[in-house]
Design a binder for this molecule. Sequence first.
Ligand code: HBI
Ligand code: FE
Length: 291
Amino acid sequence: MLDKPKHGAAAGIRPERADWTIDQGWEKYTAQEHAVWRTLFERQTRLLPGRACDAFVAGMQQLPIDASQIPDFRRLSEVLMRHTGWQIVAVPGLVPDEVFFDHLANRRFPAGSFIRKADELDYLEEPDVFHDVFGHVPMLMNPVIADFVQAYGVGGLRAQQLGVLPQLARVYWYTVEFGLVQQKDGLRIYGSGIASSYTESVFALEDASPNRIGFELERVMRTNYRIDDFQEVYFVLDRLEDLLALADIDFAPVYQRVGALPELQPGDVLATDRVLHRGSGQYHRRASGGT
Ligand code: HBI
Ligand code: FE
């Protein structure tokens, strides 16, 4: 997802404001840009019934998000503010970690304002408005996720000081971005990286290749992730509420235990894992040139 950034901090862009926010410039979107939104919205909306979790569907229904145009962050923020006290602020792309955390700690979600090109619908070098708004905002209508993402912002600032940011970032990656949840009626998506991806929505739930393993905090903190392809492992919550226990955890002792254990690679499976699906591994073996 992240090679050759053109938009954010890694592209060498200097911010006008210290918090990296910009005006969304909603009035300046072109008809072509709104059309890209429509294409993405429509194909994703066909795919998600029976795949996205109930909280995602409920959040989407209550928000001013539809196929007709790229949403206006001011209108999203009004509705979000009423429900969970969150706002959406526009940023040019990836922002530095401490800027990102400071926004989250204050219940402001930084969303990329640009949209991908019509000929690169499935290629994302950086989070754009479709990933950030379609993928993340519906879940921020859910009180559990709303509190958890804020806690991640607070924890991120602290983890940076302790030098353990990679461990914490894995928790965000395997929950907010690529999390699955067990519902009464089956396995569902709540992670925004999956929910905003046409191909990964099917791969994550239905493909035989990836491992699907019960979420366990310290296991996840030890596990590297890939940013350039489908995940090799998805961690599954029994219920979204299980994230609440993490919101006020004292991470210092956890970091100490995790730091003493070896790092795990995405495809690893441990004897202690609660394995829901043991993946064939076929997809990534092929992708890396094997068979
Ligand atoms: N900036 N806009 C934006 N969006 C992100 O998801 C993001 C970011 N900066 C840093 C970052 N994510 C992550 O690397 C942190 O969660 C560690
Ligand atoms: Fe994201």
